[in-house]
Design a protein around this ligand. Structure first.
Ligand code: ZN
Length: 443
C-alpha cells in the first residue's frame, strides 16, 4: 500500500515537472498586474486595478511553480482549466511595513503595487496573498485573466532612453536589474550613467555578487525628473521627480522610498527587468529595500556603496535586518513563528536555517566575543578594523536581530545586514544570495 502511494506521488511529481515547461503555458511577453493594498494595523484588503502587456519576458523560465522564499506575500498563477500552479513569485510590501507603525492604528491607507508575471496563452486564475507575522494568510484575492481581454493595455517603449552598463547574456539567461534615474534632470544624464555604473560596481565589487556577476545584466534607465535632487520633507524640500521618492517615509529620516510603484513600472514599460534599483541623485544619507519589490539608494552620500549593497540584500536576497533596538513599536518576529528571512531565526525551526554552518559545541545563544566597537574605532586602527571584519565570518547564533533585542537571533556578531562599517556579508547571508541566484539562473 505504502509503495503504491509512493509511486502515485512520483507520478504526480513528474507530471507537474513537465507542466512547468514555459512554452506550454506562456508567451514570451510580460503581463503586468496593478493592485491596491489597503487597510490599517488590524485589517487589510486587496483590490485589482488593471492589466498591461509588455513585450518580452525577462524573468525565470524554469522552476516556475516553485516558491523559493516565502516573503510576506505571493502571487500565484493557475491554469484556469485544471487549477495547476504554473507560476509563483513571492514578495514583501511597503504596505505591510506601514501596518506595523503607530499611524496604522489611527487611519486606513491605500498603497499601490505592481507585479509582473509571464503572459499566459490561456485563461489563468491569479491569486494574490498577503501573510501576517505568524505566516498566516491575512488577505487573499483571486481573479481570472483572459489573455484575449480587450482591456489588457499593451505598453512598451515609452521614449525613455536606456542602455546596458553590464551585459553578460540573454534576458532569459541572466538576472536583469534595472537602475532607474531619480532626481536627475535631462541635463544630468551623463552624471546618471556614471552614477549607475558606480552603483553596479558597488554591488558587483562585493562578494558573493562578484563571483557570480556573469549571471547578471544591468540596464540603466535615464528617466528624467523636472527638478534635480531628492525630496527631503523634514527640510520642506519637495521636487518634481520621476518616481516621487522621498526621505522621511513613515517619519523616519533615513527611510528613502517611493510609494508610486505604478509610476516606476510605467518608466520601465519597454525595459526587460526583474529587479529595480531607484538611484536617487542625492548626498543625504538614506535608502530602502523591499524583497522582490524595489531598492532605493542615494548616489553621492559617502556610505552610498555600503547602503546600496545592504538594501539590495533585502530586495534581492530577502535578507532581514540583523540590527536591533530596544524601543521598536511592534513585534515583527513573534516567538512562535520562524521568520522566512534566511538570516534570522526565532529557533522555532533553526534546522531549516544555518544549523549546518554553526561549529560543533557552539552554545546557543552564542556569547558575543570581545570585538572592537565600530563607534569608537579610530580610522587608522588597522588591527581593530581587521578584527571587526573577521567577526563577520564567525558563525554562531547571536541574540538580537530583526529590530528585537530578545527572541530573534542572527548568524554573526557583525554583518553587512547589521552595520555599514564592515565590508562583508556573513557566511549565512552570502549563502542565501548564492542560493537565490541559483534559483533564478541555474538551468
Ligand atoms: Zn548576515
Amino acid at each position: 500500500m505504502k509503495r503504491l502511494l509512493l509511486t502515485a506521488i512520483a507520478a504526480i511529481a513528474i507530471g507537474s515537472a513537465e507542466a512547468q515547461k514555459f512554452d506550454d503555458y506562456f508567451e514570451n511577453k510580460t503581463l503586468r498586474l496593478d493592485y491596491i493594498f489597503a487597510g490599517d494595523s488590524a485589517s487589510q484588503a486587496i483590490y485589482f486595478e488593471q492589466a498591461f502587456s509588455m513585450p518580452q519576458w525577462a524573468g525565470r523560465k524554469d522552476r516556475l511553480s516553485e516558491k523559493f522564499l516565502n516573503g510576506n506575500g505571493q502571487i500565484t498563477v493557475r491554469d484556469h482549466k485544471n487549477g495547476n500552479i504554473i507560476y509563483i513569485n513571492t514578495f514583501s510590501t511597503l504596505f505591510q511595513e506601514w501596518q506595523t507603525t503607530e499611524e496604522a492604528t489611527q487611519v486606513r491607507k491605500a498603497f499601490e503595487t505592481s507585479y509582473i508575471v509571464p503572459f499566459p496563452k490561456q485563461p489563468v486564475d491569479v491569486t494574490v496573498t498577503l501573510t501576517d507575522v505568524h505566516n498566516k494568510v491575512s488577505s487573499e484575492l483571486t481573479h481570472t485573466i483572459d489573455p484575449t481581454d480587450i482591456l489588457i493595455r499593451p505598453i512598451g517603449e515609452n521614449g525613455i532612453p536606456f542602455k546596458y552598463i553590464m551585459k553578460n547574456g540573454g534576458i532569459d539567461q541572466c538576472v536583469d536589474i534595472a537602475i532607474v534615474a531619480e532626481g536627475y534632470t535631462e541635463t544630468d544624464m551623463d552624471k546618471f550613467y556614471k552614477d549607475a555604473q558606480r552603483a553596479a560596481d558597488a554591488i558587483f565589487g562585493h562578494e558573493p555578487f562578484k563571483s557570480m556577476q556573469n549571471r547578471f545584466n544591468v540596464v540603466a534607465v535615464a528617466s528624467p525628473s523636472q527638478d534635480g535632487g531628492p525630496c527631503v520633507p523634514r527640510e520642506g524640500k519637495w521636487k518634481r521627480s520621476a518616481t516621487n521618492s522621498h526621505y522621511d517615509t513613515f517619519y523616519s529620516d533615513r527611510y528613502l522610498m517611493t510609494s508610486d510603484i505604478h509610476k516606476v513600472y510605467d518608466i520601465l514599460s519597454g525595459v526587460p527587468f526583474e529587479h529595480i534599483i531607484v538611484l536617487v541623485n542625492s548626498s543625504t544619507y538614506g535608502g530602502g529595500g523591499i524583497y522582490n519589490q524595489i531598492t532605493l539608494s542615494t548616489s553621492d552620500h559617502s556610505t552610498f556603496k555600503q547602503v546600496l549593497v545592504h538594501e539590495f540584500g533585502h530586495a534581492y536576497g530577502g535578507l532581514g535586518d540583523e540590527y536591533y533596538y530596544d524601543d521598536q513599536y511592534s513585534t515583527m518576529y513573534p516567538a512562535d513563528t520562524e521568520p522566512w528571512e534566511p538570516n534570522l531565526t526565532t529557533l522555532v525551526d533553526f534546522e531549516s536555517k544555518w544549523a549546518d554552518l554553526v561549529p560543533k559545541k557552539t552554545p546557543i545563544p552564542t556569547p558575543p566575543a570581545k570585538i572592537p566597537n565600530f563607534k569608537t574605532l579610530k580610522p587608522d586602527d588597522k588591527k581593530g578594523w581587521k578584527a571587526l571584519n573577521e567577526a563577520t565570518q564567525v558563525v554562531g547564533v547571536f541574540e538580537g536581530g530583526g529590530y528585537q533585542t530578545k527572541g530573534v537571533y542572527r548568524p554573526a556578531q557583525e554583518c553587512r545586514m547589521k552595520i555599514n562599517e564592515v565590508e562583508h556579508f556573513c557566511p549565512v547571508c552570502s549563502r542565501a544570495i548564492v542560493r537565490i541566484t541559483d534559483f533564478y539562473t541555474a538551468h
